[in-house]
Every structure is written in C-alpha cells, then in structure tokens.
Design a protein around this ligand. Structure first.
Ligand SMILES: [Zn+2]
Length: 52
C-alpha cells in the first residue's frame, strides 16, 4: 500500500494490537478496512484518514 498523499510506500507497524500503515514522509496513519472497524470510534477524522 502506498501513501494516498505522497504515493510513497507505507510502513506497516503494530499499534496497540492493531496493524496499521504509517507514512514516514507525511506522518499519516492508515488502517486497513477491517482494522478500521476497531479503531474508528477513537481516531476518525473528517477526511476519512486516521491520525495519531
Ligand atoms: Zn504520506
């Protein structure tokens, strides 16, 4: 998966038991669709992206 903003490869890490893709360039954090369900409540942003 590439960053939707910079189109650079994301780095996959585990965060609090959930696998997320982080972008070292812009600092964005993206969840896979099935992972979104878990974290949607606490980290939703209007743009649809997920940030720490
Ligand atoms: Zn990025």
């Amino acid at each position: 998966m590439d960053c939707p903003r910079k189109h650079e490869p994301l780095k996959e890490i585990e965060l609090e038991g959930v696998l997320v893709d982080i972008c070292p360039t812009c600092g964005g954090v993206w969840f896979d669709p099935n992972e979104m369900k878990i974290s949607m409540k606490s980290m939703r942003t209007p743009g649809g992206n997920y940030w720490i």
